[in-house]
Design a protein around this ligand. Structure first.
Ligand code: PXL
Length: 282
């Protein structure tokens, strides 16, 4: 059977992020995506000036009610960029309605030590409630610090610091935590924790000196698709890291406008093969 994911994210017209990358990524992995848009934006909020945005807060619950009337089943509820604090409650309603689904929360709020323009202090505060209700969370380092009530620019110095962050995030509720874009010593990696197995994982990647928007969304999508296909956490992390490394290397080689995100169209076919280059215990 084809797995079905309700993806509660925004739709940004230009800049390859959120639903425009989630849909093709999960589709090519053989998973059906049912988008539940939280907002429509002309571009993402990272560098295109005055964005045209429509908040769809009044849409989420009526859409859920319709799915309930139809008896639609979802194997996974996957939330990301939210436009209002009310949408935190709407996501919680989705999660409690589909209690058996895999609950993936990507707490999209910030990056590189700074919150995104639209992410208010209230929304940052409430995102913790959503993370607490998840099975899997995929914050980047800045979002991880925010969820833990630390300074958004906090950077861990050692593996022990990273493991402490992972354990404290898991203590909020989720059994599986993956922190992306961690840098300690001279190594860049994605770090994961599986509470049930009590194991910490590290998947290293080659860093590139350009920060493309939407990479967190692609990472969380590949991870979700992989977990839904039955992969273990280190394999899922490895597939997501390897794919991102390939997509970023490809995009960088063309000297493309960073704001436009990664050249997914050139790389998606790689997701049809198993690419697992390696993982280590953290
Ligand atoms: O990729 C994260 C993201 C998602 N959605 C919107 C964004 C961003 C990051 O800038 O602006 C609208």
């Amino acid at each position: 059977m084809i797995k079905k994911v309700a993806a509660i994210h925004d739709l940004s017209g230009v800049g390859r992020c959120s639903l425009t990358v989630i849909l093709p990524t999960l589709s090519v992995m053989g998973i059906e995506v049912c988008p539940v848009p939280t907002a429509i934006l002309s571009t993402h909020t990272g560098g295109f000036g005055d964005v045209e945005m429509r908040d769809l807060t009044d849409y989420t619950i009526p859409a859920l009610e319709h799915y309930k009337r139809l008896g639609i089943r979802f194997d996974c509820i996957y939330s990301g960029f939210l436009a209002s604090t009310a949408q935190v409650d709407h996501c919680l309603e989705f999660l409690s309605t589909y209690g058996d689904a895999l609950k993936v929360v990507d707490p999209v709020m910030a990056d590189h030590g700074k919150p995104y323009k639209t992410c208010t202090p209230q929304l940052r505060h409430r995102m913790k409630d959503l993370a607490a209700a998840a099975d899997v969370i995929t914050p980047n380092l800045t979002e991880a610090a925010i969820l833990l009530g630390e300074d958004p620019s906090y950077t861990p110095k050692t593996h022990a610091d990273v493991k402490s962050m992972l354990a404290r995030l898991s203590a909020l509720g989720p059994d599986t935590v993956v922190i992306t874009s961690v840098y300690t010593g001279d190594e860049a990696y994605n770090a994961g924790y599986d509470k049930n197995a009590n194991k910490y994982w590290k998947v290293a990647y080659k860093p590139i000196s350009a920060a493309y928007p939407g990479t967190g969304d692609v990472f969380a999508s590949v991870l979700t698709g992989s977990l839904l296909s039955g992969d273990s956490l280190p394999i899922a992390m490895s597939r997501a890291s390897d794919f991102l490394e390939l997509a970023i290397m490809t995009t960088f080689s063309y000297n493309a406008d960073v704001r436009e995100g990664i050249m997914l169209e050139r790389c998606l076919s790689h997701l049809t093969h198993d690419i697992v280059s390696g993982y280590e215990l953290l």
